[in-house]
Design a protein around this ligand. Structure first.
Ligand code: SF4
Length: 124
């Protein structure tokens, strides 16, 4: 059983209740298909402050989280009904964000949760 934490983006917090993320996490599909069993152990919302994000990562680790994922909507967008990497997503500092999360927590930080764009394979 791998305990997963998600750090989502504030830009989407009033539009999406993480339905796809949580469904895929529970079914070990899409961004979670490398795990045998998973449990959602916590969710934080990033508000574009990298120090806060680093602190959130530390707290997730202290709560027992073993891997942190950032949602697909941070780097992809839905165009004509399909999720695509072209045009990017909600976060314009994604690499900085995920690097800070990894450095602060020592945990893997995976880019991707639900509805992965065609051909995109998350690095674990
Ligand atoms: S990846 Fe999809 S399901 Fe998850 S928060 Fe973004 S829009 Fe919602």
């Amino acid at each position: 059983m791998t305990k997963i934490g998600i750090i989502r983006c504030e830009k989407n917090e009033k539009n999406c209740p993480l339905t796809g993320c949580i469904t895929c996490l529970g079914q070990q599909t899409q961004g979670f298909d490398s795990y045998d069993k998973t449990r959602l152990a916590g969710v934080f919302t990033c508000r574009c402050d990298m120090d806060d994000a680093a602190n959130m990562a530390k707290i997730l680790k202290a709560k027992g989280v073993e891997a942190i994922h950032v949602p697909t909507c941070l780097f992809a967008n839905k165009t004509d009904g399909k999720w695509t990497l072209k045009g990017g997503g909600l976060c314009d500092r994604l690499e900085t964000l995920t690097d800070r999360i990894r450095a602060a927590s020592g945990l893997p930080c995976v880019q991707g949760t639900a509805h992965l764009p065609e051909g995109y394979v998350p690095e674990i």
